[in-house]
Design a protein around this ligand. Structure first.
Ligand code: NAD
Length: 232
């Protein structure tokens, strides 16, 4: 999901490199068609912030691919804001985009995964979910909630051989970070690894979590951040 660029696109490419058949979605029809063509994926147009869109995408992906083994829940990040500046409408919009899209996609994917007794669900969140980042109130709070959902759901579906994990990006140099004018050199000095991450660093771990070898890893929130997070 959310794969016309950035982390979603890199994960799609990593899964395709491992031999998976992949469907990707995003809002812009021309862009998703071009990226799908470039990667060799199925392209689906959808706005994940619209009610019911995420479940429709999963149904369409399953139909086009002949089933679904791996679901990568991902979408654009909510706007930067402090508590005082967020209206009720702002909270609801972010909730629809980040939370309900995850719920809708997972709900649509589970029956097929349960029937086949195999599944991988990976939810892209953020290090902000573990260590709140100033000015990112919407992301800090809603994504921490998603970690609760991931862990609780993992217990409910583990006996169906379905794993559910959250993957937290730290600072991966995607188009989004470039648009936000993140200074790569300055950012690198605060990252223990001494460099900003690449989308491919992140995608490689997502591909591992999606693999058979990761079948006993579930309910976790794991960061790919070059050592940025301080918490144990
Ligand atoms: P990005 O903006 O480069 O890519 C987001 C993708 O989702 C794009 O393909 C976009 O078209 C699609 N998208 C956005 N809104 C959508 C919608 N409503 N419906 C359908 N598709 C939609 O972002 P990214 O850097 O790849 O990050 C992916 C996610 O990870 C974001 O939620 C971001 O906040 C989070 N994140 C990223 C970083 C990082 O370092 N890049 C760090 C922390 C968290």
């Amino acid at each position: 999901m959310g794969a016309s660029r950035g982390l979603g696109k890199a994960i799609a490419a990593a899964l395709i490199a491992e031999g998976a058949e992949v469907a990707i979605c995003a809002r812009n029809a021309e862009r998703i068609a071009a990226v799908a063509n470039q990667l060799g994926a199925e392209g689906i147009v959808c706005d994940l912030s619209v009610d019911g869109a995420a479940s429709r995408v999963v149904a369409e992906a399953s139909a086009r691919l002949g089933g679904l083994d791996i679901l990568v829940v991902n979408t654009g990040g909510p706007p930067a804001a402090t508590f005082d500046s967020i209206t009720d409408a702002g909270w609801r919009q972010a909730f629809e985009g980040l939370w309900m899209s995850a719920v809708g996609a997972i709900r649509a994917a589970l029956p097929g995964m349960r029937a086949q007794q195999h599944g991988r669900i990976i939810v892209v969140t953020s290090i902000a979910a573990k260590e709140p980042v100033p000015n990112l109130m919407l992301s800090n709070s809603l994504r921490a909630g998603l970690h609760g959902l991931v862990n609780a759901l993992s217990k409910e579906v583990a006996s169906d051989q379905i794993t559910v994990n959250a993957l937290m990006p730290g600072y991966q140099l995607t188009e989004r970070l470039i648009e936000l004018n993140v200074d790569e050199t300055k950012a690198s000095t605060t990252i223990p690894a001494g460099r900003i991450g690449t989308p491919e660093d992140f995608a490689a771990f997502a591909a591992f979590l999606a693999s058979r070898q990761a079948n006993y890893v579930t309910g976790q929130a794991i960061c790919v951040d070059g050592g940025v997070l301080q918490s144990i």
